[in-house]
Design a protein around this ligand. Structure first.
Ligand SMILES: Cc1cc2nc3c(=O)[nH]c(=O)nc-3n(C[C@H](O)[C@H](O)[C@H](O)COP(=O)(O)OP(=O)(O)OC[C@H]3O[C@@H](n4cnc5c(N)ncnc54)[C@H](O)[C@@H]3O)c2cc1C
Length: 195
């Protein structure tokens, strides 16, 4: 595991796991009890208008999913679980992989590098599912990594696309529209109507 940061990166906010696929993978990875110990319990969310008046309240489970943990806690847990089997190299980097599909030669992408998603797209959960499926397919295929990479991408692509689409909807609904541009021109060519 190669990471340019000098040590394990502890920052970030909450990561939520939700739905059968996430929970099944976490269960098979043996992570559920440790994650239950670390879970935040979620936080209720309140949307307000420009005067601070409440427009909408959402319960903690809405944003927190079935299990929500802080990103730093998740990173620490995965790091510790990997220690017996993994060589960690901090302060180093790999060359950039620029590929049309999720793999080329002996290089295979997981997480955001393969199928990135922002808020609401469950990118961290998808990254965990992808890592698990890749590991399963590598084990199934023995020495034939090309077959493993193809099976991994075939199994994951549709699921990842669905998660990304969820992120598109969340982004649109949780970001206010941009402010109207200030009018700086009063000529007939000005495309902005001023009121
Ligand atoms: C605003 C926002 C909100 C989000 N909210 C959520 C959410 O609520 N829930 C959720 O599940 N996901 C959320 N996501 C998505 C989530 O953050 C990502 O999907 C997730 O971090 C992907 O994990 P990753 O390991 O693929 O990538 P990263 O977490 O980005 O990790 C990549 C690592 O690779 C390292 N690296 C970079 N270049 C090199 C190199 N050349 N060599 C070696 N290492 C390198 C980086 O330092 C980094 O540590 C959100 C994202 C954004 C932007």
């Amino acid at each position: 595991m190669v990471e340019p940061a000098p040590a394990l990166r502890q920052g970030g906010q909450a990561v939520d796991f939700r739905g059968e696929t996430h929970l099944t993978v976490l269960e098979r990875m043996g992570l559920i009890p440790a994650l239950r110990d670390l879970q935040t319990g979620g936080s209720p969310i309140r949307f307000v208008d420009e005067r601070g008046r409440t427009l909408l309240r959402l319960p903690a489970e809405f944003a927190g999913g079935e299990i929500e943990v802080l990103r730093g806690d998740l990173a620490q847990l995965l790091y510790e679980r990997g220690l017996p089997h993994t060589e960690y190299l901090f302060g180093d980097s790999i060359s950039r992989a620029d590929v049309d599909t999720w793999s080329t030669g002996r290089v295979c992408l997981v997480g955001d590098a393969a199928c990135g998603a922002t808020i609401g797209g469950m990118g961290s959960g998808t990254a965990m599912v992808a890592a698990y499926v890749l590991a399963v397919e590598l084990a199934r295929a023995g020495d034939d990594h090309r077959t493993a990479f193809t099976r991994y991408e075939n199994r994951l692509r549709k699921y990842a696309k669905g998660c990304q689409a969820g992120g598109n909807r969340t982004g649109a609904s949780s970001s206010p529209p941009p402010p109207r541009p200030a009018c700086v021109c009063a000529t007939a060519c000005c495309p902005v109507r001023c009121s």
